[in-house]
Design a protein around this ligand. Sequence first.
Ligand code: IPD
Length: 293
Amino acid sequence: ADLDLQAIHDEMVAVAYQAGVMILAANPADIDTDTKLNSVDIVTETDKGVEKMVSARLSTAFPNISFMGEETYKPGMKIGPEPTFVCDPIDGTTNFVHSFPSACISLGLAVDRHPAIGVIYNPWQDLLYTAIHGKGAFLTRARGAEPQRLPLAKSPRPLEGLGNSLVAVEWGSTRDGPNFDLKVDVFRRLAGSHETGGSMVHSLRSLGSAALNIAAVAAGQLDMYWEGGCWAWDVCAGWCLLEEAGGRMAHGNPGNWDPELEARMYLAVRGAPSGQKEIVEEFWKVMGDGKLD
Ligand code: IPD
């Protein structure tokens, strides 16, 4: 049956606002110590409670749509071609725990394993990002305000190479082994001066939430965002925004222009009249022969 993407989107927005109320009312100190991979891979009672509310509400409204969420994911689960909600109840849990006001609910709908709707809501700043495939991407800065189309600039500048760009990266929760070493090398090669063999990007940023990094790229506030180690729920919603804002999602490992929702490695590039392909290839050169697992 044909999906009414607008109706699904509207319910997802209502759910995201309810999640925002829960997140702001929560106690970030309720850290769940059982489920941690290591001491920096943090889960709180709020992550679990919000996901429960989201899945209950969405499955009541749309019983035929599948659901995948970070807190109920089990290894081996895959997103199939059938319509599937993909939810990170709090993307940026580390920020949440530290009361650093950069975290959000990230709620996507995948159809045929591709993002079709994206809803991202940061309750501390009351920033709502939304997109429906084929209908554009929008930022609503305060509840009830007029949505602004993304990218925010009327005529985005061309991308003029890594040296002129502001690039988001994240440390993630892997802090040893070859993946850690490669990340550190890439950060160094991006930031270092030409004398050090680096690209001397304007600077590196970390918003601490994959979804908010991608949303900022879609808005044109960042030129790129690279991370190895993301999950489908970190990227599904943002990816829809990015495409609708003229941006491009490439694989974070060199050579793959068509990443999948479960690729784990991503390079998001903002919309621009020229330079997208070139800047991705320049980035892949920075990675050299290194590949993240
Ligand atoms: C994490 C955040 C973080 C990124 C990790 C994600 P979570 O999501 O987006 O910025 O570096 O890869 O897993 O754990 O806060 O939902």
